[in-house]
Design a protein around this ligand. Structure first.
Ligand code: ZN
Ligand code: ZN
Length: 259
C-alpha cells in the first residue's frame, strides 16, 4: 500500500481552504515528506503524526512555498529533543537555498538536526530512492530547476508534476501512474490571471491523457470559489476523459493493495 497524505493543495498565495503544497508519503510504516510547506508540523499533527516520524524530505524546487516549512521542522525536532540528521533530497540550487535559510535562522550546530544533503541532478529519469518506495525524478518545466516525481511501491504508482507547465518529460515519467497530481493555476480562459510557469486545467488533463494515468487530481490551486472549481473540473474532465478531482488539504489516497 502506498498512502498519499495531502498536507496542502494550495499555491504560493493560499486562501482559507487550501494551504501551501506538500505531501506526506506513507509506505511500510516509513514517511517521506515531498516538499515542506508552511505549518508542516501542525499539518502532520492534524493527521495524528509527530514530526519525528519523517524519514526523509524530497524538495522539488526552491520556491518559498515549497521549502519554508523546513526551518520550522528542524526547529520543532530540536524542541522535541531530536538531533538525528534529516536526509533532504533535491536539486543542488534548492539544497543551497535551504542551507542558507537554515544558517540565517541559526538552526545549525549540535543543538539541531543536521540537513543531510543529497543532490538530485535535474535530468531525465534519475533514481532518487530505492528503499521501501522507489522514486524517480525528471525535469519539470518551471521557472527554477524543478523535479517532477514518480513514486512507486510495488504496483502502486503516484505521479507528481510539481510546479510545471505541461511537458513531455512529465508524460514519460508518469506514464500509466494510478494517480497524477498535476499543478493547476486555473482554466485556460483565465491563463492571463496566473503565472506563465503553471498549467491550466486543460493542459494538466492533456498530460494525464497522453500519460495514460488512471486518475487526475489538480493541485497547487489558487483560492477559488465553487463556480471556479466547477469550471476547472469541467475543463479537465472533457479533455482527460477519466476521473478528475481537485485536491484538498487532508485528502488521503490509498494506492495499491495491502502489502
Ligand atoms: Zn509553488
Ligand atoms: Zn514554483
Amino acid at each position: 500500500m502506498l498512502t498519499v497524505h495531502v498536507l496542502g493543495a494550495g499555491n504560493g498565495r493560499p486562501g482559507a481552504d487550501r494551504d501551501t503544497s506538500g505531501l506526506l508519503i506513507e509506505a511500510a510504516a516509513r514517511y517521506t515528506l515531498v516538499d515542506c510547506p508552511g505549518g508542516v508540523v501542525a499539518k502532520m499533527a492534524r493527521i495524528g503524526l509527530a514530526p519525528e516520524v519523517v524519514d526523509r524530505v524530497i524538495l522539488t524546487h526552491d520556491h518559498v512555498d515549497h521549502i519554508y516549512g523546513l526551518p520550522h521542522l528542524i526547529h520543532a525536532l530540536a524542541i522535541g529533543g531530536s538531533v538525528e540528521p534529516v536526509p533532504v533530497y533535491g536539486p543542488a540550487e534548492t539544497l543551497e537555498t535551504v542551507a542558507t535559510v537554515l544558517s540565517a535562522h541559526r538552526l545549525v550546530g549540535t543543538d539541531y538536526p543536521a540537513m543531510e544533503a543529497h543532490v538530485v541532478p535535474v535530468a531525465s529519469k534519475v533514481a532518487v530512492l530505492n528503499e521501501e518506495i522507489h522514486v524517480v525524478a525528471s525535469p519539470a518545466l518551471h521557472s527554477r530547476p524543478t523535479l517532477a516525481l514518480r513514486i512507486a511501491k510495488d504496483e502502486a504508482v503516484l505521479g507528481l508534476s510539481s510546479d510545471s507547465l505541461p511537458c513531455a518529460e512529465i508524460e514519460q515519467l508518469c506514464a500509466d501512474a494510478d494517480v497524477l497530481l498535476h499543478d493547476c493555476g486555473g482554466v485556460e480562459a483565465d491563463r492571463a490571471s496566473f503565472a506563465s510557469h503553471h498549467a491550466s486545467a486543460g493542459e494538466a488533463a492533456g498530460v494525464a491523457s497522453r500519460a495514460g494515468v488512471g486518475r487526475l487530481y489538480l493541485t497547487h490551486l489558487p483560492p477559488v470559489d465553487a463556480v471556479q472549481e466547477a469550471s476547472m473540473l469541467a475543463e479537465a474532465t472533457v479533455l482527460f476523459g477519466g476521473p478528475v478531482a481537485l485536491a484538498r488539504d487532508r485528502d488521503r489516497y490509498d494506492l495499491g493493495g495491502v502489502g
